[in-house]
Design a binder for this molecule. Structure first.
Ligand code: SF4
Length: 220
């Protein structure tokens, strides 16, 4: 069956409405959120960000100067706080050493160079890098996460072992290179994954159930 990604996008948009991601006040907060959300749910990330805000730590300069143990304590609600404190410190050190701490200069790089730079920083993998490029730097770079993989695999458009790179290319080759579509589509897939396409999927009310391969298999 041939499935049009734009049709999937429109169905999700009609069902869930605009998601208006990323929920943050500044680009730096988006970057911190993208690191903190690794293997963590957003509610816990929010608690960590509130702690950072209350301590005036939502700037590269402030994070550079803060004691790492204090940082760990403040981000503890997000989980894996030892590792995440190291990653956040690594990011601001990189920014300081290579871009004079100038976040605008860094985020102003073209998408390819920015991705290359992000992936060279300790603790930043493809999903975090693409989230930063898409939502903090406002350049179209499609984000793949565990929900997207699961949904695409159940729809019959990918396998569980399809690589991050291949799935990213799958979207990018079939979608118009439109920043808003990239931003919304990723957020909508996350919403579908949270509400319907869970480990135990709720297919009856899913807006994609008539085009989903795993549904059709069940009906045979
Ligand atoms: S029909 Fe079920 S398995 Fe298919 S995408 Fe929807 S929730 Fe997931």
């Amino acid at each position: 069956m041939s499935i049009d990604l734009i049709e999937i996008y429109n169905r999700l948009l009609n069902r869930f409405g605009k998601q208006n991601w990323w929920p943050a006040e500044t680009e730096f907060e988006i970057i911190i959120g993208a690191i903190l959300t690794q293997a963590s749910n957003w509610r816990n990330v929010e608690r960590a960000i509130i702690n950072l805000r209350e301590n005036d730590l939502l700037s590269p300069k402030a994070i550079l100067g803060v004691d790492e143990n204090k940082l760990k304590e403040l981000i503890r609600p997000a989980g894996y706080y030892n590792e995440k404190a190291k990653k956040i410190k690594a990011f601001v050190r990189f920014l300081h050493e290579n871009y004079d701490g100038n976040l605008d200069k860094f985020l102003g790089l073209d998408a390819e160079k920015l991705r290359e730079e992000l992936l060279s920083i300790y603790g930043i993998g493809p999903e975090t890098a693409d989230s930063i490029i898409l939502y903090a730097s406002n350049k179209p770079s499609f984000v793949i996460d565990a929900y997207t993989k699961r949904i695409m695999s159940r729809l019959g458009l990918a396998n569980e072992d399809t690589s991050y790179h291949d799935l990213k290319k799958f979207f990018e080759l079939r979608l118009p290179k439109d920043l808003e579509i990239y931003k919304e589509f990723h957020a909508l897939l996350v919403e579908l994954g949270k509400t319907h396409c869970k480990v135990r999927p709720k297919c009856d009310e899913c807006p994609l159930n008539d085009i989903c391969e795993s549904q059709n298999e069940r009906d045979i």
